[in-house]
Ligand binder design. Sequence first.
Ligand code: TGC
Ligand code: FAD
Length: 390
Amino acid sequence: MPAVALNPVDLYDVRSLLSEEERMVQDAVARFTDERVLPIIGDCFDQARFPTELIPEMAELGLLGSSLPTEYGCAGMNAVSYGLVCQELERGDSGLRSFASVQSSLCMYPIYAYGSEDQRREWLPQMAQGKVIGCFGLTEPHGGSDPANMKTHAKRDGSDWIINGAKMWITNGNLAHIAIVWAQTDEGIQGFIVPTNSKGFAAQEVHKKMSLRASVTSGLFFDNVRVPDANRLPNVKGLKGPLGCLTQARYGITWGPIGAAIACFAETTEYAKQRVLFERPIAATQAVQIKLADMARRITLAQLLSLQLGRLKDAGKMQPTQVSLAKWNNCRMAIDIARECRDILGGAGITTEHSPIRHALNLESVITYEGTETVHQLVVGREVTGINAF
Ligand code: TGC
Ligand code: FAD
């Protein structure tokens, strides 16, 4: 068979495994990232600014709540398409993907999955249009890995609930119009839709971040915040409520870092072909070629892992442990590649003129949020041994 030149960022031609519709979604988001995100994102990161001006365009492309049904004004995409959305957004910046993950999987999904029909009709169309922005409050200052030990609580008061407590590290906190807040009640953990203009609600932005600088991260504070029972998500009780949302978001996060890794790898390969030292391009040295070849290998494995996970999800067969394995593998793959790319760029790699340092710093958050690497290793460890080591 004659040898054909392979695509360095898709050595196994994973794209040929996508449907026509999935390819169209990928191409549309890739164009958005190339034309609208990449020209500004280095400066956004520098200035610690989330590009809110892109929200209407993301909504127009159907990227908010993209997997939810069209009857609520959403795009009704399949899981693989949602994954491709995450991949292409994170090729731009993890902050953009974070915004879409939180809005879609952590805020719109629980309203859809656990909300009343009235709540779905009230919120989902406006959220799909980007007119209402959400944030998701699960993590608390005393320890995010163990959300069962939640201190924020909600107490019934007639037909209302009174919420007290605090949440920490909340993406979109200062942008949000509503917060999905998980609180301990006499009947177990429950979720509430809390308008951020409620009396007693405060959001305080986290500054001095070295990671996810083009994303808004906040602390949330609840001082006797009163919400009506109509704002409680009626169809779930217990930790499985928030954990069910995390499974949706973590699934998307398995795809996102593939985009970040591709951005770093593609840019660094080109650089290595141009950078001449000791009278030859550094790409002609065995040391650099082995590093680049190994990156291509790890990206290929991650692509196949997420695609199979997406096919399982679309078939209704995806298990949380499988999501943990892919979140662990793909975040680790991407952060290692971003750091190695930074090294190959030498001194030039330390500024945001090149993307690897920005992606490497962002991935410090991505490998931590939605369950740290250790949490996901222990989930897989529990599955294979049957012993809970948390
Ligand atoms: P366990 O007590 O055994 O289970 C409680 C109930 O939940 C069910 N369940 C799940 N359901 C859906 N998806 C999952 N992944 C689930 N895991 C467990 C379980 O079946 C049980 O149901 P039931 O009916 O029996 O009550 O809980 P566990 O031992 O499995 O959980 C322990 C542990 C450590 C895995 C869990 O607490 C955990 O995942 N901790 C990490 C917390 C975390 O990831 N926080 C993320 C906060 S949000 C965020 O970071 C957003 S960043 C977004 C961005 O900017 O992109
Ligand atoms: P801790 O839970 O205190 O963990 C500290 C260390 O202990 C980690 O290394 C962890 O792996 C390790 N550890 C924990 N348990 C064990 C164990 N049993 N054995 C061994 N080691 C263990 N949360 C939200 O609710 N909503 C959001 O929108 C959101 N956005 C975020 C955005 C950013 C930029 C960041 C950084 C975080 C965000 N988070 C959000 C919070 C995130 O989910 C938590 O940071 C994460 O779950 C870890 O919690 P923690 O930071 O309290 O660390």
